[in-house]
Design a protein around this ligand. Structure first.
Ligand code: NAD
Length: 488
């Protein structure tokens, strides 16, 4: 199966890269070429930045809220109308199993757009703070919210539509103009954002999309260019740090959504303890999710019971993954050969560190030339091991025993990351623990803490700022205070 060629979208035109350069889009299920993507040059990136700057400075996009709302709604409708194409792209290009197209992958992204639109009326564009007597006279005070300007939106490959939508929709609603730079592995999910923007009638330059085989070139240009006001980045913590460094010269505003190593805490009074433990398997989208709770913390008093439950769960799942056409399948391949090698490398590290491999760990070449590795579980893990501290970004669960609630909180927080987490147990006790975890999105007893109308983001080295929700729109707004002297 093939995807149509991915084009650049610059200044209102869909077009190939200058010189017609393209690169191969490799499909994770087969390891084969599934399409061609435009390979932007530095000149293409420069043109996209100039177009976004012009659209921000010289048109009424930044001030005409009604127009923006109308056009963004049209854009949203087109995204919904193209759901089947989006699912197809996510399957072929991001390696999503059909059963994983709901939640974050496609439906989560589309519903997320609605969540952000629901928050739009809550923005306080102009706030009257009343009159205050200061320095002996009265001043009438107003606080305004205004768009930040030109945004460089840099996105990863794991849930590409979700992250593209999470940046583009709120930035456009805020009145910013955008250059979207998707990951090299998922160009088609970027290109369709451009195609639908054209169809929705967004004015030229308001959204631009540039795809490139070079992971760093376009992103570094955006980060260093003084014409770009802010970078909204989702990706690894390492690249996030580089973006802060590269943005320092122009004091770029940076918004960062980075990696995670979240905890899944099961308390000894969790309802249906074995089933809850089984639910911690890291299999959805082959574990390639930033907020995925990949460290399972179980009470020492019920540790053996938990290990038995996991043994059963993994044995039962052994034949249920890696099926392209099976609607209930939620786990496919990893995105790339590079990612496969990285995850396999962590399996070897786990063994060398002395953790016990309970299930999986093998690369499965019998499933074809795609990038398949088995659902994997390590038990008897200590939190200071590398497999417990570093983000693996694959289907690998590590299981760590704890003594009591304080110990569970200590272990959960003993991480450079702080993105998500899940706690299962009696509600009051679990909620108390959720409040003590230093992370941005916590689920209690399976509640959904990541949706389009809720703020999402990380503590510590999982990032800064918030995406989605009202806070996600405000991330793209500056705040201005005006004081007018009351005369007479
Ligand atoms: P990555 O950091 O390698 O790449 C992310 C994006 O940055 C890509 O578009 C890439 O081309 C670009 N990039 C690479 N080098 C750059 C540079 N020097 N300057 C500017 N841009 C540059 O991440 P990835 O491998 O695509 O995605 C996986 C990572 O993303 C994981 O660490 C995961 O946790 C993280 N992630 C985080 C979230 C979140 O919301 N916190 C969501 C999804 C993924």
């Amino acid at each position: 199966m093939q995807l149509p060629d991915s084009l650049l979208y610059i200044d209102g035109k869909l077009r190939p890269a200058q010189g017609g350069k393209t690169y191969d889009n490799i499909g994770p299920w087969t390891g084969e070429v599934i399409g061609q993507a435009a390979d932007a040059s530095a000149a293409d990136v420069d043109e996209a930045i100039a177009a976004a700057r012009r659209a921000f400075d010289d048109t009424d996009w930044s001030t005409n809220r009604e127009l923006r709302l109308k056009l963004v709604k049209q854009y949203r409708d087109l995204l919904f109308a193209n759901r089947d194409r989006l699912v197809q792209i996510a399957r072929l290009e991001a390696g999503s199993a059909i059963g994983a197209a709901f939640r974050a992958q496609i439906d989560g992204a589309l519903n997320g757009a609605d969540g952000v639109l629901d928050c739009f009326p809550k923005v306080k564009w102009e706030e009257d703070l009343g009159v205050r007597n200061e320095m002996g006279f009265d001043t009438k005070r107003t606080v305004l919210r205004e768009p930040v300007g030109v945004i460089g939106a840099i996105t990863p490959w794991n849930v590409p539509l979700y992250v593209n939508v999470g940046k583009v929709i709120p930035a456009l609603l805020a009145g910013c103009t955008v250059i979207l730079k998707p990951a090299p592995d998922t160009p088609a999910m970027g290109a369709i954002m451009g195609e639908l923007a054209l169809e929705a009638g967004l004015p030229p330059g308001v959204l631009n999309v540039i795809t490139s085989s070079d992971p760093a070139m376009a992103g570094e240009m955006l980060t260093k260019d003084p014409r770009v006001d802010s970078i909204s980045f989702t990706g690894s913590t390492g690249v996030g740090k580089k973006i802060m460094q590269n943005g320092a010269d122009t004091l770029k505003r940076v918004f960062l959504e980075l990696g995670g190593k979240s905890a899944f805490i099961v308390l000894d009074d969790a309802a249906n303890f074995p089933m809850t433990v089984m639910g911690s398997m890291v299999v959805f989208h082959a574990g390639q999710g930033c907020a995925y709770p990949t460290r399972l913390l179980v009470p020492k008093s019920r540790y053996e019971e938990a290990v038995k439950a996991l043994e059963m769960a993994y044995a039962g799942f052994a034949s249920k993954w890696g099926h392209f056409d099976e609607p209930t399948c939620i786990m496919g391949p990893l995105i790339s050969k590079r990612q496969l090698e990285r995850v396999k490398g962590y399996v070897d590290i786990g063994k060398a560190e002395g953790a016990r491999l309970l299930a999986g760990g093998n690369v499965r070449t019998d499933k074809g030339k795609g990038f398949f590795i088995e659902p994997t579980c390590f038990v008897d893990v200590r939190n200071d091991m590398r497999i417990a501290q570093e983000e693996i970004f694959g289907p690998v669960l590590v299981v760590i025993p704890y003594e009591n609630d304080d110990d569970a909180v200590r272990i959960a927080n003993d991480s450079i990351y702080g993105l998500g987490g899940a706690i299962f147990g009696s509600e009051e006790r679990a909620t108390k623990i959720a409040k003590r975890i230093r992370a941005g999105a916590l689920s209690v007893n399976g509640g959904v803490s990541i949706t389009g109308d809720l703020p999402f983001g990380g503590y510590k080295q999982s990032g800064m700022g918030r995406e989605w929700g009202l806070e996600g729109i405000e991330e793209f707004l500056e705040v201005k205070a005006i004081g007018t002297r009351v005369m007479g």
